[in-house]
Design a protein around this ligand. Structure first.
Ligand SMILES: [Mg+2]
Ligand SMILES: [Zn+2]
Length: 187
């Protein structure tokens, strides 16, 4: 069984730019490649888990999401870093596009994407960590029995200012590279 780090995408792995509707708008943070590569080297599976309700809302389609993820993979690969699997939820209960307008089990904080990774990549959630800029990422960690780290990039500062007790992160850190340091220190 593998340990994994589940990474939120927007505001955690890449800059938060609202609904990301073309790959040209992808901006890695200056530390993103180093952070992912450090996790690769430490033996973690690195799994992207992203809510992309823009698909259900009709702002972009799944081809665009795939295009963005291929582009991220290319940028990472150029720096010797790798995300092992890219999962996203295209749904939203109030979506305009009928086929995606459902209450699904994969929109974070629901655990569907993690459950899929557990099956497909033989992951042990209890040895894993979720990193994200929203409380729903920490909520996902709690739901699956993983540790949860909130980063202050993206919406993180705003989220930190609006705590949601009894929900608490295992760590609140400035950004992804600080989250990786915390993960590598705490084993
Ligand atoms: Mg985010
Ligand atoms: Zn979904």
């Amino acid at each position: 069984m593998n340990a994994a780090v589940f990474l939120d995408r927007d505001g955690t792995l890449i800059e938060e730019v609202g609904y990301l509707d073309r790959k040209e708008r992808v901006e890695l943070y200056p530390w993103t490649i180093d952070a992912v590569r450090a996790l690769n080297r430490a033996g973690f599976r690195v799994v992207l888990v992203s809510n992309q309700s823009g698909v259900a809302r009709g702002f972009f389609n799944e081809e665009i999401v795939a295009d963005v993820h291929r582009h991220i993979a290319d940028l990472l690969e150029a720096g010797g870093a790798r995300i092992d699997a890219y999962y996203y939820c295209p749904h939203h209960p109030d979506g305009k596009v009928k086929e995606y307008a459902v209450a699904c089990d994969c929109r974070k904080p629901a655990r569907g994407m993690v459950d899929r990774a557990v099956r497909e990549l033989a992951i042990d959630p209890a040895r894993s960590v979720v990193v994200g800029d929203r409380w729903l990422d920490v909520e996902l960690a709690r739901a699956v029995g993983a540790r949860g780290v909130l980063v202050r990039t993206g919406y993180g500062v705003t989220e930190e200012a609006k705590p949601r007790p009894p929900l608490a992160a295992d760590a609140v850190v400035d950004n992804l590279i600080a989250a990786v340091s915390w993960i590598l220190r705490s084993g």
